[in-house]
Ligand binder design. Structure first.
Ligand SMILES: Nc1ncnc2c1ncn2[C@@H]1O[C@H](COP(=O)(O)OP(=O)(O)OP(=O)(O)O)[C@@H](O)[C@H]1O
Length: 218
């Protein structure tokens, strides 16, 4: 169970906080969706939850354990917006093994299976994959680390309709085993698979019913 209580982020360079007293709870096997316009603080919240930035105040807990940035870097997996821009490996195998040369082929195969890419040869170049396949490979890269929390920044951005549908069904399947927190400026397809929804405006989080977005985008 992930618990955030009154998490704020106020860098010295800004006149007002970027995140203001954020509180939320999420259970394993849930998908949480935070929807907010550009500049509302979505990526900053994910940076804090993945240990890349340090909150100014508040607490972040997994069950009863307080999580500092070092712990968060180990326990959370962040898939950046447009993750394909950061691929470094020349093959799928290299991409999956970056930083984890010891990983067995079984473990790699399992991660690819979870995102529906197990039919591909490990020697395929990530650059030769479709946009949707590249997004799923980026998910697999995080899954092999077995994070307790999978964080996704705008996972469907820039994909066409059919690739978005494929990605949404992969996420729906992944939430059966993982805790997922997704941020997006567009709730349309993701709200249908979300267990919890929030809006984020000027760094302030507000809980809303997922059905609100489904009706609004229908
Ligand atoms: N360390 C920092 N110092 C100063 N300003 C910052 C810092 N981190 C974030 N910001 C500012 O906070 C605001 C929120 O940024 P953030 O990237 O989190 O928004 P976002 O909702 O993810 O937007 P987008 O969808 O455009 O990526 C922006 O105005 C950004 O410039």
């Amino acid at each position: 169970m992930l618990h955030l209580r009154d998490v704020s982020y106020h860098p010295a360079a800004t006149p007002s906080p970027i995140l203001k007293d954020i509180s939320l709870d999420m259970a394993p096997q849930q998908l949480g969706l935070i929807v907010g316009p550009s500049g509302s603080g979505k990526s900053t919240l994910l940076e804090i939850l993945s240990g890349l930035a340090k909150k100014t105040s508040g607490t972040i807990r997994w069950r009863d354990q307080d999580l500092n940035p070092e712990y968060l870097r180990e326990l959370a997996g962040l898939v950046f917006q447009f993750p394909e821009r950061h691929f470094c490996g020349s093959t799928i195998l290299e991409e999956l093994r970056l930083g984890h040369p010891e990983l067995s082929r079984d473990r790699l195969h399992h991660a690819l299976q979870e995102v529906g890419l197990d039919h591909l040869s490990l020697g395929t170049s990530p650059r030769d994959l479709s946009g949707g396949q590249q997004r799923r490979l980026a998910l697999a890269v995080q899954l092999i680390r077995q994070p307790f929390l999978l964080l996704l920044d705008e996972p469907t951005a820039g994909l066409d309709w059919s690739m978005r549908q494929q990605l949404v069904s992969v996420l729906a399947r992944l939430k059966q085993d993982w805790c997922l927190l997704v941020v997006s400026h567009d709730a349309s397809e993701l709200a249908a698979i979300a267990d919890r929804c929030w809006t984020l405006h000027h760094g302030q989080l507000q809980s809303v019913e997922p059905s609100l977005f489904i009706t609004a985008s229908a």
